[in-house]
Design a protein around this ligand. Structure first.
Ligand SMILES: Nc1ncnc2c1ncn2[C@@H]1O[C@H](COP(=O)(O)OP(=O)(O)OP(=O)(O)O)[C@@H](O)[C@H]1O
Length: 262
């Protein structure tokens, strides 16, 4: 799935059309009720209620196929739920408010443009004017250590560099909320550390992070809250301080104990 954080977001969800969020209202808490996603007779996501608060990093853990990616795609608005209501700050979201959230995917997909232009394009999509765009792009290139490769086609960067650029691009628009779908799963330890540092800095600046990971160590390092999913369901949502020592649900206990979940 390409990183679409820089593209105009989907304009609609199957939600109530009244009282949408306005630009000065917070996106958070992010809540969902009766959220399902089905294909044919398969129920891939089935979540009664979910509420994600405004601070820190919420990590979504669970075995392969648990529905973690689908859940954040639903929350981000990339796919439409079969049933249910997703609210931001208690209200449905509109196109303008949706631009205040971003997403980074497992495999970074760069535009066929230079490194600098990948950043500039994201800002343009947010309506940032030419002069400010140039100034902010220059600043971002320095921040990300990309000055020397600013004019290089982004697709010729290494996988780790592309993912750092994807993160930088997603954060460049100063979103309130960022969804990260296993952004380090194909990276080496050094590149993983670089991404984790970007995540930690963003959280420190007040960006809300909702991140899918398989890596229990990473969840410990970054997470303030843990959500565990199994078979499309949310089995628990627990503060990080409790989760690793006292997981509430049997699937989470087994997962943390290294058992294979069926
Ligand atoms: N767009 C889709 N249409 C139909 N089925 C899908 C779609 N996307 C995912 N699935 C199926 O839904 C299930 C959950 O997929 P999902 O990618 O959300 O799992 P995950 O928990 O993120 O797994 P992993 O850790 O392996 O990435 C899988 O069985 C997958 O094949």
């Amino acid at each position: 799935m390409p990183s679409l954080a820089f593209l105009p977001p989907f304009a609609s969800t199957p939600l109530a059309r009244t009282e949408v969020l306005t630009s000065h209202q917070s996106l958070l808490p992010l809540t969902a009720e009766g959220l399902t996603f089905r294909t044919g007779d398969r129920v891939l996501v089935d979540i009664e209620t979910l509420s994600i608060g405004s601070s820190g990093a919420t990590m979504i853990l669970g075995p392969n196929g648990a529905g973690k990616s689908l859940l954040i795609q639903l929350l981000h608005g990339l796919i439409v739920p079969t049933t249910g209501r997703i609210s931001f700050g208690g209200r449905p979201i509109d196109t303008a408010a949706r631009k205040r959230q971003a997403m980074v995917f497992q495999r970074p997909v760069m535009l066929r443009r230079s490194v600098a232009s990948n950043l500039g394009f994201a800002l343009k999509a947010q309506g940032v004017g030419r002069a400010e765009r140039a100034e902010r792009t220059a600043r971002l290139l320095v921040e990300g250590g990309f000055e020397k490769v600013a004019d290089q086609p982004a697709r010729t960067l290494s996988g780790g560099e592309q993912q750092r650029l994807a993160m930088l691009r997603a954060l460049s628009t100063e979103p309130e909320l960022v969804f990260l779908d296993e952004p380090t799963s194909s990276l080496d330890p050094q590149s993983t550390l670089a991404i984790e540092e970007m995540v930690a800095r963003a959280v420190k600046r007040g960006v809300k992070v909702v991140m899918v990971t398989h890596d229990i160590g990473q969840a410990r390092r970054l997470g303030h809250e843990m959500i565990f999913m199994h078979h499309g369901r949310l089995t628990e949502q627990t503060p990080a301080a409790n989760f690793f020592d006292q997981p509430e649900s049997a699937p989470a206990r087994d997962f943390l104990a290294g058992q294979i979940l069926t």
